[in-house]
Design a protein around this ligand. Structure first.
Ligand code: G6P
Length: 447
């Protein structure tokens, strides 16, 4: 890497980019990036230019010699890259609005990373990411792909199974947020808290929480059962947990578990938002417009605090930490989406899991968890089957696999509703689903 580190961010025009740039600036002393390439597509050109200019002002103000390049030419950017990060939204926010509103209109959860919306975000995204990894094989075969694009679990599953490029890591801000919130709750520094994390993306459990040499899991669960203490994220209603349930569960659920353990409550919240035109995607669309107005200001030279209103706050810590640990061979522990390789016994060896890993210069090595307790196993396996079927459907364009993925998903109430929502979402997203539409329209229009 003597040529100087080259990092490429695909989806560089994202409103989140200033957070990533801030992360690189903060770590410049240990991660001396020479070139940062922000890449986007024609439809994202305007945003890319606004964010790119802000990124240039940020590095200038910080006094770090990172050259920020802005381009629509992905191949040029990928050439000889060391790390590639992906954070795109195929179909932009309007597609997310459909992913949320169409299922809600039929009375089921509408969310961008799980249920029907999550499946469709995966179906649109996976083929593009496979294209990117193919280009990486040719243009930067030694580079690591660090993906934050949702649904990160299904996407990592697809890349690990169907891409020839195996240097792939999925990252998410949920584990970092859980670690931070639990440390704050205990009123101690994060370094003193170690959480044994295991599960899948957005289906992550803290199996044990240690404070120094003490197992404080029970204490943490008790604190979490207090309705005034809420461990959540900006994009999820902070509905309180049932105290007895938490105690019985014996593991810390992640904020997204509310979709599965409190389905009715969260659906009621979502339906209310749906009625008022305030689904999360609609709220985010407005927030983004405000953010881009701020980003345009030529006197702005830092990440504006308003960005913390987004659910993805702190994702750059997760992303930059893994890049720095690979680069510096830190051998520290981070929670990542990687190939299971037996870390969780009940999950297929080749599947993606989210677990603590030791991060070395050769990549992350998952730490073995063994068997999950019986009461956690079922849901994790069911969602893993959903992800596998979703990944397969994305690659093959199989209507049947997509239907199966939906019908077995616990957030879809029935086989009939699965097919209805499948057909509506297929129609809504047709331009972004060539694998489904180029083969035969027969199934799609059959009812
Ligand atoms: C959470 C998730 C991310 C997701 C984000 C959405 O933090 O972990 O995977 O992208 O929320 O936030 P938004 O502000 O777009 O609703």
């Amino acid at each position: 890497m003597d040529k100087g580190l080259k990092v490429v961010t695909i989806g560089g025009g994202s409103s989140y980019t200033p957070e990533l740039v801030e992360g690189f600036i903060k770590r410049y002393h240990e991660l001396p990036i020479k070139e940062l390439w922000l890449v986007d597509i024609e439809a994202g050109k305007e945003k890319l230019e606004i964010v790119g200019e802000l990124a240039k002002r940020m590095v200038k103000k910080a006094g770090v010699p990172i050259d920020v390049h802005i381009t629509l030419d992905r191949r040029q950017a990928l050439k000889n890259a060391d790390f590639v990060t992906t954070q795109m939204r195929v179909g932009l926010l309007d597609a997310r609005i459909k992913d949320e509103r169409i299922p809600l209109e039929m009375g089921m959860i509408g969310q961008e990373t799980n249920g029907a919306g999550g499946l469709f975000k995966g179906l649109r995204t996976i083929p593009i990411l496979l294209e990117i990894t193919e280009e990486m094989q040719e243009l930067c075969p030694d580079a690591w792909l660090i993906n934050f694009t949702n649904p990160a679990g299904m996407v990592t599953e697809a890349l690990l199974r169907y891409s020839a490029h195996k240097k792939v890591i999925g990252v998410c801000n949920v584990p970092f947020n859980m670690h931070l919130s639990i440390s704050k709750m205990l009123d101690v520094e994060m370094e003193r808290v170690y959480i044994e994390f295991a599960g899948l993306n957005h289906m992550l459990f803290g199996l044990h929480v240690y404070l120094d040499d003490q197992d404080v899991t029970e204490k943490v669960l008790e604190m979490l059962g207090d309705p005034t203490i809420q461990l959540s994220m900006k994009n999820i209603a902070p509905l309180p947990w049932n105290q007895q349930f938490l105690k019985a569960l014996g593991a810390v659920p992640c904020p997204y578990h509310r979709y599965y353990y409190k389905t009715k409550d969260i659906l009621d919240e979502e339906l209310e938002a749906f009625k008022n035109g305030k689904t999360r995607a609609e709220v985010v669309k407005k927030l983004e417009e405000e953010l881009f107005e701020l980003y345009k200001d030529p006197t702005l030279t830092i990440k504006p605090p308003q960005l913390e209103q987004r659910g993805g706050a702190y994702y750059s810590d997760a992303a930059c930490n893994v890049i720095s640990s690979i680069y510096n061979d830190k051998k520290d522990v981070q929670v990542l989406n990687v190939q299971n390789k037996g870390a969780i016994q009940q999950i297929d060896y080749l599947s993606a899991v989210e677990v603590n890993c030791i991060v070395t210069k050769n990549g992350p090595i998952p730490i073995t968890v063994g068997e999950l307790p019986v009461h956690l196993q079922g849901l994790v396996q069911q969602i893993k089957s959903f992800e596998r079927l979703g990944a397969e459907a994305a690659v093959t364009g199989s209507y049947e696999k997509a239907l199966l993925a939906l019908t077995i998903n616990p957030l879809i109430p029935s086989d009939e509703m699965a097919e209805r929502v499948l057909q509506s979402l297929l129609e809504a997203h047709e331009p972004y689903l060539p694998a489904f539409f180029n083969q035969s329209k027969e199934h799609v229009k059959q009812n």
